[in-house]
Design a protein around this ligand. Sequence first.
Ligand SMILES: *Cc1c(COP(=O)(O)O)cnc(C)c1O
Length: 474
Amino acid sequence: MAATSPSQMITDLHRPGAASDVFASSEIHSRATKPSFARFRQTIGLPEVSEVDVTRHFTRLSHESHGVDNGPYPLGSCTMKYNPKRNDVLARLPGFENAHPLQDTNTLGGVWEMYERLQTMVCEITGMDACCLAPAAGAHGELAGLLVIRAHFARLNNRRPIVIVPDSAHGTNPASAAMAGFDCRIVPSDMKGRVDLVALKSMLTPDVAAFMLTNPSTLGLFENQIVEIADAVHANGSLLYYDGANLNALMGIVRPGDMGFDVVHVNVHKTFSTPHGGGGPGAGPVAVKAALAAYLPSPVVSRLGGVAQPDANRPLSIGKMKSFHGHVGVLLRAYGYLRTMGGAGLRQASTHAVLNANYLQHQLSHMLPPVYSQFCKHETLLSGEKLNTSARQFAKRLIDYGMHPPTLVGAGCVYFPGDLKSAMLIEPTETETKASLDYQVGIYQKVFDEDTHNEALVESAPISRKIARIDLKN
Ligand SMILES: *Cc1c(COP(=O)(O)O)cnc(C)c1O
């Protein structure tokens, strides 16, 4: 029989009644009744293997991926931190797991109760007054927050088309500003890595809607002029946006709302557990001061007559940012994490995150001196200037010793301010013990010695992995 052409197969498939012909047939397995597109025209040569061999094969493959369960993962700015396994059990409680997005919202009482409590906790931790949990990630929270800001100025008939971000900002900040319809302007960092206040003040014109800031910054530094920054921004009639990706350096110690921020997003998959390998899933709750609460996306859950339920009466809301109600399972993990930690636990997590980063910064400084020589917050930017190879090669060699490479900074990598040629951003996280940190320092020392005595080896790393280098030039 002549091979059926792909277009003929598609036509067969779309013929009215094709599907019911196939599936209604009691002889569905009989070759004679199968439509041509469903028949094998040649054997495809799959190996005949036993189930146990298949299982072993995929288990072996899974061990070839690096994760926080099999080694250190000091990926600055986006770390895999404390993701308790118990939260996965929580997220699988049948009442939550079996809830259907299309079911009547009146029957989702447990979800709304959890949302209302989590909203309250996010407000308390960030110093805000109202919160919407629905955005799907940090970047999505940024977009939601900026749309809230736009709605606020639109209602005041005060056209402000500009948003300012620092040059050290995560790339999502300018991208979100553009998506929300703003023109983005970049304010430089000063010699100490912080926002250049003089430059910022000169950029604060009446058409500036907001200044977006990450504090501590992606350089691991606290913006210690934050009160002055907030005053200048507010004196200009503009709003201050807090990118909460680095909240795990501050939680329980200081609140963005008390620093003068008007809008925040929280990356719950970075700060409040939830593993997010491979880029998802996550959630990016957005929280605001009272004056902006009316514009928050929906749902916002309120307690009406003692019962938590989505507030249906929010005519100024920017509307929905996410289908249905947001990522319930992710938010449930965040809720479980916060209930487990409590206020004192959160404060301790932040304290340990900062202590661990400063310990590593100190122990590594003779090999990888900090770019800004001062105490850091939860992450530290270390320079590769003493290396014969580069921070990039150094990081690749770490892979051979079972460590995930830190975030690379410099030429050809993440963009960072100034003329940084080669640096890495290390975030040890609060969960690594001193013994683990000392073990890591030992690995850095080994690679540093190799960099001194056996440059070629470091240049060729990683050599122990099944896939060594896809692009030999990099
Ligand atoms: C990770 C990160 C973001 C983006 O968050 P996603 O949840 O990945 O969308 C924004 N800003 C900073 C500083 C970040 O580290």
